[in-house]
Design a binder for this molecule. Structure first.
Ligand code: 1HN
Length: 365
């Protein structure tokens, strides 16, 4: 019989272990569980992070990208992407961090990756190849190395290569997050290419000239600028190269949604940062997790005490809440990064901790 509610309740820890075990079994029969049996797993003092730091070297990845091109066509594969699988998340189908995915996609001369759309949002950072296109929401965008191209949630997109050299890019998607939210929808277009309508709504002139047509609004999720050319991004980074640096990140710029001043995609943020020759940043950590891609130069990043040496074309993961600091080599380095900071900020979950002790400082600007 139940104790009347105003009677002192038995202290659960004082219960005999076998009585407790029997109780737990009977709870399980009713699809129930005692919170105090699992509280330590639910309320951890700090975030528990199953993702681990990892580096993928371009010199190892490039031959596999070439080999994939001999095995299947882009059309057969739908998307010929080689996924960067976090060793701590290998039980999941496609996770580079707990929330984000990155992979290397190639489109060979003459190939078309057929049109489809999905609710995960994507962006692509071009690694190699000049002049191939990605068609997004009726806009055909010709790409060059270093360009950032967006595919917002539920936009039709196809990729094609009518040039004579392969195009290779880093695909970045929020698929693990959207899968976790049980919100994935996917649809193939009835045609291989979706129609080009050249949606002028999405032009630089309308959104990124420092002026905009009066009354102009943008209702779709994500930035109305679908392409951030490398030439503009790099020129901006270099124009600001003598600004005071972030001691944690060097000269760091966020790719912007000009309609609301926020992140390029609702869930995810993208950055470009310049580390000066010999710069050694201070260590910090944040709840958001990041996937980095080395756009230029060489250097290293120390993540939770382990140092990863990187060079152009390499990609690496800094899991959430891991201490990290970057070291440029003797030349300057440029890092592209894709993070879930936009999600963490919107949910009020972003936190940062910074280390300022002398052992981890030494930035020589
Ligand atoms: C996808 O649709 C693309 O459209 C690339 O290019 C990578 C990884 C996972 C799921 C869907 C693309 C993807 C993807």
């Amino acid at each position: 019989m139940r104790e009347p509610i105003d009677q002192p309740q038995p202290d659960p820890v004082a219960l005999l272990p076998d009585r407790e075990a029997d109780f737990a079994a009977r709870l399980q029969d009713q699809s129930m569980r005692a919170l105090w049996h699992v509280l330590a797993d639910v309320m951890t003092e700090n975030p528990v992070q199953p993702a681990v730091p990892h580096l993928w070297r371009w010199r190892d990845v490039a031959p596999l990208v070439n080999e994939a091109g001999d095995l299947v066509t882009a059309e057969e594969a739908d998307r010929r992407a080689l996924m960067l699988i976090n060793p701590g998340l290998a039980h999941l189908p496609a996770s580079t961090t707990a929330t984000l995915f990155a992979g290397i996609q190639s489109v060979l001369p003459g190939e078309i990756a057929p049109a489809h759309r999905h609710t995960p949002s994507a962006l692509r950072f071009v690694i190699a190849g000049e002049g191939a296109y990605t068609g997004v929401a009726g806009n055909e965008m010709r790409v060059s190395p270093g360009d950032l191209v967006l595919t917002p949630n539920w936009s039709w997109h196809d990729h094609g290569n009518d040039t004579s050299e392969p195009v290779v890019w880093l695909d970045c998607l929020d698929t693990p997050l959207v899968l976790m939210l049980n919100a994935v929808f996917y649809q193939r277009h009835e045609q291989v290419r979706h129609p080009v309508t050249t949606d002028a709504q999405m032009s630089w002139e309308r959104w990124a000239s420092g002026m905009r047509p009066v009354g102009q609004t943008h209702d779709a999720y994500g930035s109305p600028i679908l392409s951030y050319p490398w030439a503009k991004a790099r020129a901006t980074l270099h124009a600001l190269r003598d600004e005071p640096v972030s001691p944690y990140d060097g000269v760091i710029l966020e790719y912007l949604n000009p309609a609301d001043g926020g992140s390029v995609l609702p869930t995810s943020s993208a950055y470009l940062q310049l580390l000066r020759p010999g710069q050694r940043t201070w260590a910090h950590r944040h709840v958001s997790s990041a996937i980095y891609h080395v756009a230029e130069g060489r250097g290293s990043t120390t993540i939770d005490g382990q140092t990863y040496d990187w060079a152009e074309g390499d990609s690496f993961v800094v899991p959430g809440w891991s201490w990290h600091q970057h070291n440029a080599g003797s030349g300057e380095a440029v890092l592209f990064s894709y993070t879930d900071a936009a999600t963490m900020r919107k949910l009020g979950l972003e936190r940062t901790e910074e280390r300022t002790d002398e052992r981890t400082t030494g930035d020589s600007r």
